[in-house]
Design a protein around this ligand. Structure first.
Ligand code: GLU
Length: 352
C-alpha cells in the first residue's frame, strides 16, 4: 500500500502503484560508466533559495570523468553525469521548460507541479503537463510579504492601491501571491504592480520605490536576512479565516510560522507554506533518475546540504515521499523500493 501523499489523491495512488511495479523490473542493464551526460536543474532567481540549493544538488549528483572517487572523499555522484543549476524565473517557468524539453529537472513548488499536471489554477485552459514526475519532496517554502517597519500596511487587505512586487510571470511566488491577494478580497488589478525578482525588489523596498513585495522561499532567505540588516522591515501575516480559505483552495498549502528573529527585528509571523519538490521529465531514463536519487540521499550529500543555505537542512530522506504532487519517476520509485522506503505492491499480493 502506498501512503505517499499527505492527502488522498486517488489518481496518483493508481499511478504510483503502476510505476512502482514497472520500476521493479527495470535496470536489468548497466550503463557504460564514462559516457558524459548533462543534466540540467532549473532553479529560480540567483538571489533566491532554489539557486544555491540547486547548485548544491548539482554538485552532489555530478561525477565527471576523472573526479576523485567517492571512497577517497571525492564525488559520490552518478558516473559520467555533469549536472548544472540554471537560474530561471521560478516554478511556473520550470515546469514549462521541463515540458518543452529545455530542462531535464527543476525545483518546483508542489502547488505549481500539481496544477501543471492537471491543467488547474495558473495552468487552467493549457495542455496538461502529464510528463512531469517527482524525484523527491525537498523542504518547505513560506510566503513572505515584506514591508518597511514604519509602513502603514498591516494586513494583505492594505496592499490595495500600493506599489507591490508580486514577482515576475513564470515564478511560483507570483502564482501564490495572486491566490493570497484574492483570498483577502484584493483584486490584483487594484494593486500597483511593480514586479521584479527578489533581488531588485529588496533594493526597491530599501530605496522606498515600492511598498511591499512577495517572496515564496525556504527561510531564512539569505536576501531577506541581508535586507533586514540594511533596513528595518516587517512581515505581513497570512492567517485567520482568509488563510484557511486559501488553504481550502490549494490543498498543498499548510499553515506555518516564521519564528521571531529569523530576520533581524522581525517578530513571529503566521503565514502559509508549500513544499519545494524536485521534478524531472518522464523522458529522462530510469537509470539516470535512479542514480541521481541515490546520489541525493548518499551520506556524503548530507554534508553538502548542511554546508549550503539554511533551508537545505530541511532536505531529509524521511520526508522524501511526503505530500508528493506528482507520480514518482520509475527510477526514483525503484530507489525507494530498494531502500525499503516504499513497499512493492506486487510482493504484498497473497498476504493477509
Ligand atoms: N518558490 C519560488 C518560485 O517558484 C522560488 C523560490 C526560490 O528561488 O528560492 O518562484
Amino acid at each position: 500500500m502506498f501512503a505517499l501523499l499527505s492527502r488522498p489523491r486517488a489518481p496518483f495512488r493508481a499511478l504510483l502503484t503502476a510505476f512502482a511495479a514497472m520500476a521493479s523490473c527495470v535496470f536489468a542493464t548497466s550503463s557504460s560508466a564514462q559516457e558524459i551526460r548533462f543534466f540540467r536543474i532549473g532553479t529560480g532567481s540567483i538571489s533566491g533559495v532554489y539557486f544555491p540549493i540547486g547548485g548544491t544538488i548539482a554538485s552532489a549528483i555530478s561525477n565527471p570523468p576523472g573526479a576523485r572517487s567517492c571512497d577517497l572523499g571525492g564525488s559520490c555522484g552518478v558516473p559520467g553525469l555533469i549536472a548544472v543549476a540554471q537560474a530561471t524565473l521560478g516554478s511556473v517557468a520550470n515546469v514549462k521548460a521541463i515540458h518543452s524539453g529545455n530542462l531535464e529537472s527543476a525545483l518546483v513548488q508542489a502547488d505549481v507541479a500539481f496544477n501543471a499536471f492537471f491543467g488547474k489554477g495558473t495552468f487552467k485552459g493549457s495542455k496538461r503537463m502529464t510528463g512531469l514526475r517527482a524525484i523527491a519532496n525537498l523542504y518547505p517554502e513560506a510566503v513572505h510579504i515584506v514591508v518597511r517597519r514604519d509602513s502603514p500596511i498591516k494586513s494583505v487587505r492594505d496592499l490595495k492601491g500600493r506599489r507591490v512586487s508580486l514577482d515576475l510571470d513564470g515564478s511560483g511566488t507570483r502564482a501564490l501571491a495572486l491566490l493570497v491577494l484574492n483570498g483577502y478580497g484584493v483584486d490584483p488589478r487594484k494593486v500597483k504592480q511593480v514586479n521584479s525578482q527578489i533581488g531588485p525588489a529588496s533594493d526597491r523596498i530599501r530605496l522606498k520605490n515600492i511598498d511591499a513585495f512577495f517572496f515564496v522561499g525556504g527561510f531564512p532567505v539569505g536576501a531577506l536576512s541581508r535586507l533586514a540588516r540594511d533596513a528595518q522591515i516587517r512581515l505581513i501575516p497570512v492567517d485567520g479565516k482568509e488563510a484557511a480559505a486559501i488553504q481550502g483552495k490549494e490543498s498543498f498549502l499548510s499553515a506555518t510560522r516564521i519564528p521571531a528573529k529569523t530576520y533581524r527585528g522581525v517578530g513571529d509571523t503566521a503565514t502559509v507554506a508549500v513544499n519545494a519538490q524536485w521534478v524531472v521529465s518522464a523522458k529522462v531514463d530510469d537509470e539516470t533518475v535512479y542514480g541521481v536519487t541515490l546520489a541525493l540521499w548518499h551520506s556524503a550529500t548530507r554534508r553538502l546540504l548542511d554546508g549550503s543555505v539554511p533551508a537545505a537542512q530541511g532536505i531529509r530522506s524521511d520526508r522524501a515521499l511526503e505530500g508528493l504532487a506528482l507520480p514518482l519517476h520509475p527510477g526514483a520509485a525503484r530507489y525507494y523500493l530498494d531502500h525499503g522506503m516504499l513497499k512493492d505492491p506486487t510482493k504484498d499480493q497473497g498476504k493477509n
